[in-house]
Design a protein around this ligand. Structure first.
Ligand SMILES: *[C@@H]1O[C@H](CO)[C@@H](O)[C@H](O)[C@H]1NC(C)=O
Ligand SMILES: *[C@@H]1O[C@H](CO)[C@@H](O)[C@H](O)[C@H]1NC(C)=O
Ligand SMILES: *[C@@H]1O[C@H](CO)[C@@H](O)[C@H](O)[C@H]1NC(C)=O
Length: 227
């Protein structure tokens, strides 16, 4: 063995050690039991310009088993659009909220028209996503968002492949879904990292509006993951 070869072997050995160390450090992220964050959302076909964009916010409180997704004006949210003709016929893309309430029901709310209905409850598998939903995910490498390195994780969801990117400090960077049906749009959300807070959100955010009284005419099943 020449000296040069030994050097190469040593280098290889060092590289392997570093890679192994890095891989074991990278375990799938676990969500904190509560947090809130703002995002920018868009839907697009593979490789094309956005079909729509909207802003939004997410409030999560797993300790209380409650959560709320606010989708801003222009939204094409799947669960909102299923009820839009009923709840907001003059503006299907008006702001919409998905509330996972204390009573274990899920509510679709259009605040502008003060219209609301329940498409499903926990019994029908419409439940709040769990903090460990990524525990069986696969690491897919890093990407830069807002100037920060974000670690990516992939998991097979029920209707799409789901991707979650977060910083080393577990601050969410990006989430997107690639539907198994190629005819469906890819939905992606960029999180405003500065808006991320792990405080328990104000409980008044999760109150069920008084006008939420009816079941939705079109029922929906299995809304396990991200709506
Ligand atoms: C998210 O950020 C990436 C990279 O900066 C950008 O290409 C993409 O258009 C953004 N998406 C949304 C939904 O804003
Ligand atoms: C991960 O996979 C195991 C084995 O298939 C399963 O029992 C477990 O429920 C999965 N965890 C989650 C959070 O989906
Ligand atoms: C995810 O689904 C793909 C097919 O779309 C399959 O090849 C892959 O093995 C699945 N991964 C896991 C972890 O189940």
């Amino acid at each position: 063995m020449t000296c040069a070869m030994l050097k190469v072997l040593l280098l290889l050995h060092l590289t392997t050690t570093v890679l192994v160390a890095k891989a074991s450090f990278l375990t799938p992220p676990l969500w904190p039991s509560s947090y809130s964050v703002d995002f920018q959302e868009e839907g697009h076909a593979p490789g094309s310009k956005p079909l729509y964009t909207n802003k939004g916010s997410w409030y999560y409180d797993f300790k209380q088993n409650i959560g709320r997704f606010d989708k801003g004006a222009g939204q094409h949210d799947f669960a909102c659009q299923q009820q839009a003709h009923h709840l907001s016929p003059n503006d299907l893309h008006a702001p919409c909220q998905l509330l996972f309430a204390k009573d274990t029901n899920m509510y679709v709310i259009y605040p502008n028209t003060k219209a609301c209905c329940t498409p499903c409850g926990e019994k029908e598998f419409c439940s709040l996503i769990k903090p460990n939903w990524l525990s069986n995910s696969t690491y897919v490498g890093t990407r830069v968002y807002e100037g920060n390195a974000c670690y990516g994780w992939e998991i097979n969801g029920s209707t799409s492949k789901d991707y979650w990117f977060a910083t080393k400090m577990n601050v969410p960077c990006e989430y997107h879904q690639i539907p198994y049906k190629v005819s469906e749009a890819i939905v992606s959300m960029n999180f405003t990292q500065e808006s991320y807070k792990t405080d328990e959100p104000d409980q008044s955010l999760f109150l069920i509006p008084s006008y939420c009284k009816e079941k939705c005419p079109s029922a929906m099943h299995s809304l396990h993951a991200f709506p």
